[in-house]
Design a binder for this molecule. Structure first.
Ligand code: ADP
Length: 412
């Protein structure tokens, strides 16, 4: 090989090597670039998934329903805050077997029932209170638990807890009301029917008209009681109806309204040798439904008279205007209401059992009517009682209810 051709080959070899090296560098760069792109894409995907999960969680938490998703092994995939609070478990629950994290046997039973159902099922579930739910009277909450398949993942299931507490509570109250009302109506009805049968069977009408008249008086008394219970029930249901305009509002003299109640109760006041005092310093003109205010004062004053069998009772009706509201009260110095009963006395048909309960025939609806009538005037009522010293029912009303606030201005 000549020197010339050696240089030629060497040059060609070097060029080839250079080209190979260049190709390798370009290839490496491309690989690095691709890896970088893949990493970027992966990160972007991760961000997207994270964003999607956050969006999903945000959306799920904004639902008014509890949401819980499980896979085919009943492992929790996702859940919202409400579902978490219903499970009463604050730990991170995603990824855990559903039936390992439950504390409530009733909830567990219901969940097993809906998850094992082959068809779309829903059941009602009563649970202890959850923060966002309405509370029932017994502090329980009611839920409709339903299950549905996930379209994209057929083996997954979604559980939905819908809050039905309000409807459940209304239903309970209605059931209680019907049961209590039937019970209250039955007693006078049974008595009246008993006396009618007595009159029919024993020919008392002909043989002993005096006795028959006595029977008729008793029947009349119980007939009146029936009438009072029915009237009270109608009044309660009217006050509780969702109708907004049940009040016939007008301006009227509160003092005259109370004095009218005094005169209606004059007979029983005399019988009881009681004293009634109107301690409102000035003439007050109230804006409201006079019929219901008469009923409010009648029920409160009649209760004080009815509950106290001994002479020397003093009942006083007073009023005061504070910075924020108008306060009206009815107080007496009678036997009072035992503390244990105070939380319940505004409930329908609630009566304090006392040694003289048999003699005092109330409907147990008087104070519920008072409370609802006061509330329908945007007011509230409270009671404090110290036996033999003072039992005071205080009504607080917004100042706007008072037609002429200046009548209370003591500086005048
Ligand atoms: P009732 O028709 O039995 O009077 P209410 O709802 O008016 O029903 O009153 C509920 C219970 O509250 C009464 O049974 C009575 O025991 C008690 N009560 C109400 N007011 C008084 C009062 N001024 N003094 C003592 N007990 C009272």
């Amino acid at each position: 090989m000549t020197q010339e051709s050696f240089f030629l080959y060497a040059t060609i070899l070097l060029i080839i090597l250079f080209i190979v090296a260049l190709a390798l560098i370009i290839y490496k760069k491309k690989i690095t670039q691709r890896e970088h792109t893949i990493t970027l894409l992966k990160e972007e995907k991760k961000d997207l998934i994270k964003q999607h999960l956050n969006d999903k969680l945000y959306w799920l938490n904004s639902l008014h329903e509890g949401f819980l998703e499980v896979d085919e092994n009943n492992t929790i995939i996702s859940l919202n805050n409400l579902a978490q609070s219903l499970l009463k478990n604050n730990a991170k629950l995603e990824g855990k077997p559903l039936f390992d994290v439950l504390h409530n046997p009733a909830l567990e039973k219901s969940l097993r029932q809906v998850l094992s159902a082959t068809e779309k099922t829903s059941i009602t579930l009563i649970l202890p209170p959850a923060p966002s739910a309405h509370k029932t009277q017994g502090n329980e909450t009611a839920w409709q638990l339903s299950v549905r398949p996930v379209i994209k993942k057929p083996k997954y299931k979604q559980l939905i807890f819908s809050d039905i507490t309000h409807g459940y509570q209304t239903d309970q109250v209605r059931k209680d009301f019907v049961a209590n009302a039937s019970h209250e109506l039955r007693t006078p009805l049974t008595i009246i029917i008993g006396y009618i049968e007595g009159l029919l069977e024993e020919d008392i009408l002909e043989e002993s008209p005096k006795q028959a008249k006595k029977f008729l008086h008793i029947m009349h008394k119980h007939g009146q009681r029936l009438e009072r219970i029915v009237d009270d029930m109608l009044m309660i249901s009217k006050l509780e109806s969702s109708q907004t305009n049940i009040l016939k509002e007008e301006e009227f003299s509160l003092n005259e309204c109370i004095l009218d109640v005094f005169s209606r109760l004059e007979l029983i006041k005399r019988e009881k040798e009681a004293q009634l005092t109107l301690a409102i310093p000035q003439q007050l003109t109230l804006f409201g439904d006079k019929f219901y205010w008469t009923q409010i004062f009648f029920n409160l004053i009649e209760n004080a008279l009815k509950q106290n069998l001994h002479p020397g009772l003093h009942i006083s009706v007073g009023g005061e205007l504070t910075d924020k509201e108008l306060q009206l009260w009815v107080s007496d110095n009678g036997i009072g209401i035992p503390q244990a009963h105070i939380p319940y006395i505004f409930k329908r048909f609630y009566r304090v059992e006392t040694h003289h309960s048999q003699e005092i025939k109330g409907t147990g609806l008087g104070l519920s009517i008072v409370k609802r009538a006061v509330e329908s005037h945007q007011g509230s009522i409270t009671v404090k009682s110290l036996s033999g010293i003072e039992t005071r029912f205080t009504i607080s009303l917004p100042k706007e209810r008072l037609h002429s606030p200046k009548v209370f201005n003591h500086e005048q």
